[in-house]
Design a binder for this molecule. Structure first.
Ligand code: AMP
Ligand code: GLY
Length: 429
């Protein structure tokens, strides 16, 4: 069969790498793809958020399965369009994709289905937002309702700052994304993310991940898209995983299905492990980046049957569950993100990176490309903020992390920065 992947980053490179290993698969196409994805299969030049032309491309090439990497096309209804044309899509329709595209919608759904999360209010008027803030305790959490490229969450320590922030956000700090605000109670705890593959009725839970969002060691510095990740995260004990399934995944997915909006794809559950148990920080409607990279490296078996089962739906429960042993035979894995110096602010493009091929030959190591290109004279160059995901699996998490750092250390890239402490919480335990 032929599979089309939508996207161009490290997440999509990892998906393509894993999917291409399946004996079921002939061709892995991607759009818009990248220099790295082009090594796996042909790339097209339709942008990942151009749903109209994505639909045209799919009608033209007729893939057996479309795997959507990023959230934007899902929020724009790509799933509905392709399903209406009879194609199988791994990724939810527009309505359930609002779980990521509107934080207010996600909070309302959680309230309706009794899913544990922070207390909240939704606001479009500054006066009401400010009055609500006076009823909360510091620190204050303010979120732009809409998609804001991962930047729409602001956490401040004083009421004055919070009220000023409410004014700024409602007057367009994040453009259309912040015409509405969600203000919520601060939840102290350790974060983890859990990914559930689902056809809308059945579900398979992948090993829990922990991402490192801050730029610098010790979780200091600005927030980024993620500087590294590992799995399984030991904070997520089997008891906590069972609570997430029972109190979060099941009621959300059953609630959506009962409302006529079955969710097909991967549900990303961003969690805070509080003293009262796991609570939802956010939902995303796609794989995490870089969590996808570690999950693809960790899973030892073919993932394509599970992706197909989610996309097509209707598989009897026992058959769906039989996909589980294959997925759960996962190894520990870690990924280190190499970013261009300056990220997440402005950074230069085009710096030469050497030694990547050699680094990728380390045992258990796979290097996913998030933002690279090839220069006119054939050198590998950085083209983005997050550039490489140096990923390794191992028999233990310690070994996976050691292998990943050994590979990082053979890469020669003076303009690159990375964290040296990925996995520190797990190693400390
Ligand atoms: P989000 O984009 O919703 O994941 O938020 C970004 C980050 O802000 C999360 O990864 C958390 O570290 C933090 N955060 C968001 N909401 C809360 C909350 N209610 N309590 C504590 N931290 C939060
Ligand atoms: N790694 C965080 C995210 O994908 O949103």
């Amino acid at each position: 069969m032929n599979i089309l992947i939508i996207g161009s980053g490290g997440r999509e490179h990892a998906l393509a790498w894993k999917i291409a290993q399946s004996p079921l698969v002939d061709t892995v196409w991607s759009t818009p793809g990248s220099a790295a994805l082009d090594q796996i299969g042909p790339c097209f030049d339709v942008a990942a958020d151009d749903v109209e032309n994505l639909e045209k491309l799919v009608l033209q090439i007729e893939p057996d399965l479309v795997v959507v990497g990023p959230e934007a096309p899902l929020a724009e209804g790509l799933g509905d369009r392709l399903r209406a044309r009879g194609f199988d899509v791994f990724g939810p329709n527009k309505e359930p994709a609002q779980l990521e595209a509107s934080k207010g919608f996600a909070k309302d759904m959680m309230a309706q289905f009794g899913v544990p999360t922070a207390a909240y209010g939704r606001f479009t008027e500054a006066e009401a937002a400010k009055a609500f803030l006076t009823t909360l305790e510091a620190p204050y959490v303010l979120k732009a309702d809409g998609l804001a490229a991962g930047k729409g969450v602001v956490i401040v320590d004083t009421l004055d700052q919070a009220q000023a922030e409410a004014d700024a956000m409602l007057s367009g700090k994040f453009g259309d994304a912040s015409t509405e605000l969600v203000i919520e109670e601060f939840m102290p705890g350790e974060e983890a993310s859990v990914f559930v593959l689902t056809d809308g009725v059945n579900r398979l839970t992948l090993p829990a991940c922990q991402d490192h969002k801050r730029l610098k060691d010790g979780d200091e510095g600005p927030n980024t898209g993620g500087m590294g990740a590992y799995c399984p995260a030991p904070v997520m004990t089997p008891e906590l995983m069972a609570q997430v399934d029972e109190n979060i995944a099941a009621p959300m997915l059953e609630g959506l299905a009962d409302a006529g909006h079955p969710y097909k794809g991967v549900l990303y559950i961003g969690l805070m492990i509080t003293s009262e148990g796991p609570k939802v920080v956010e939902f995303n409607v796609r794989f995490g980046d870089p969590e996808c990279q570690i999950l693809m490296a960790a899973l030892q078996d073919d993932i394509v049957p599970a992706l197909l089962a989610c996309a097509t739906g209707g598989m009897p429960a026992r058959d769906f569950e039989s996909l589980m042993p294959a997925l759960s035979a996962a190894k520990p894995a870690a990924t280190i993100v190499l970013a261009t110096s300056g990220y997440p602010g402005s950074y230069e493009k085009g710096s030469v990176i050497k030694g990547v091929k050699e680094a990728g030959q380390g045992e258990g190591v796979t290097i996913f490309h998030a933002g690279t290109g090839v220069s006119d004279d054939g050198e590998l160059v950085a083209t983005g903020g997050r550039v490489l995901n140096v990923t390794a699996e191992g028999d233990t998490l310690e070994q996976a992390i050691e292998r990943a750092y050994a590979a990082v250390d053979t890469i020669d890239w003076p303009k690159g920065v990375h964290r040296r402490d990925i996995g520190w919480r797990a190693l400390k335990r």
